[in-house]
Design a protein around this ligand. Structure first.
Ligand code: MTE
Length: 331
């Protein structure tokens, strides 16, 4: 096993930040609010004001084998540079802590030690995994493209293990067809956005996959990023990474995983089924009802203001590995 040492070359200076519109379906959730003109407060009302010197990129070092198949050169990713660690750590979506991109300070309210991920449902060997158990999986580093449904994109080095390894550990029964992933939720900690009122949102955050999707080689659980454990705003201590799908499929801070025979109801699909599909594959020719998905804003290695317009890639460029899962086979 080749152990790698992650260099500090990703650490660039912090850029000033600007909020971006949240992507809730206003028709269902904000009708009353728009009428009273409050909706404008969605834009950036929660810009953090604290000025302490907490480092948004902090984490404990993790060692992992770099998987050359998912490397910058020669792997499946030769076409774009790595995003700066600081940009990735300060430009997040995590509605449990607010509806703008700058929630990283608020996310520090989450306590991750101790942690338990309960895995059950239709499995032969239900069990719970604590932090040490998670680090016992053979850890790999995979540099993946990341594509948000909002049409911005990054390139991120995750550390973690293939979802298939967890499947092997719990042995789903033949009746299991889907998997439900539930994020940590405690309204005292995960206070949600100030607007729309958190009480209107369908907590906890839940995502789901078909079991064949979870078994695919690319489906990954990240426990780290840029060489160390996940900062809280990225979904510590464990999150999903499904790189051929839009980023909202990647539930953060997972507390429960259940194998089931029913397609799970998921957070964004419940909020707006016409806009956020269960499948949610990256497909350039399938527009979001409110914007095109044909191109994306590739956030540069430098800061969130420097970006390059790129054509969106079908399955985010991972068709070779995942196209067989879907009726639409084209790569
Ligand atoms: N998971 C939870 N629990 N809550 C969220 O709001 N947002 C999703 C996804 N996972 C979200 C979540 C969305 S919309 C995106 S684009 C990614 O997290 C963003 O991940 P990042 O902030 O680490 O880049």
């Amino acid at each position: 096993m080749v152990l790698i040492r992650i260099l500090n070359s990703w650490h660039l200076s912090e850029a000033a930040v600007t909020p971006e519109a949240a992507f809730l379906d206003r028709r269902r959730f904000l009708k009353g609010a728009i009428a009273t003109g409050i909706a404008a407060s969605l834009m950036g009302c929660q810009r953090p004001t604290a000025t302490d010197d907490t480092d948004p990129t902090a984490g404990s070092p993790l060692q992992a084998t770099r998987n050359p198949r998912f490397d910058l050169d020669g792997g499946m990713l030769g076409d774009r540079p790595l995003t700066s660690e600081r940009v990735a750590a300060t430009y997040n979506n995590f509605y449990e802590y607010g509806s703008n991109k700058h929630i990283w300070r608020k996310a520090q309210a989450l306590s991750i030690d101790p942690w338990k991920v309960e895995v059950g449902g239709m499995v032969a060997k239900p069990r719970s995994f604590d932090l040490d158990d998670l680090q016992q999986f053979p850890l790999e580093e995979r540099i993946y493209r990341f594509r948000c449904v909002e049409a911005w994109a990054m390139v991120v080095p995750w550390l973690g293990f293939p979802m298939k390894a967890l499947i092997d550990a719990v042995e789903p029964t033949s009746a299991a067809k889907f998997v439900r992933f539930t994020s940590y939720y405690d309204p005292k900690v995960t206070q949600g956005p100030a607007f729309p009122p958190s009480a209107y949102l369908p907590w906890p955050y839940v995502e789901g996959l078909r079991i064949e999707e979870m078994t695919n080689d690319l489906a990954f659980f990240a426990i780290g990023i840029y060489g160390h454990t996940l900062p809280k705003q990225h979904g510590a201590p464990i999150r999903m990474v499904v790189p051929w799908k839009y980023g909202f499929k990647g539930a953060k801070s997972i507390a429960r995983i259940e194998f089931t025979d029913q397609q799970p109801e998921t957070y964004w699909n419940t909020i707006s089924p016409g806009e956020y599909k269960f499948e949610a594959n990256v497909e350039p020719d399938v527009p979001h009802p409110r914007w095109s998905q044909a191109t994306e804003r590739l956030i540069s290695a430098q800061d969130e203001f420097s970006w390059e317009k790129r054509p969106t890639l079908l399955y985010n460029g991972y068709g070779e590995a995942v196209a067989d899962l879907y009726d639409r086979r084209a790569i």
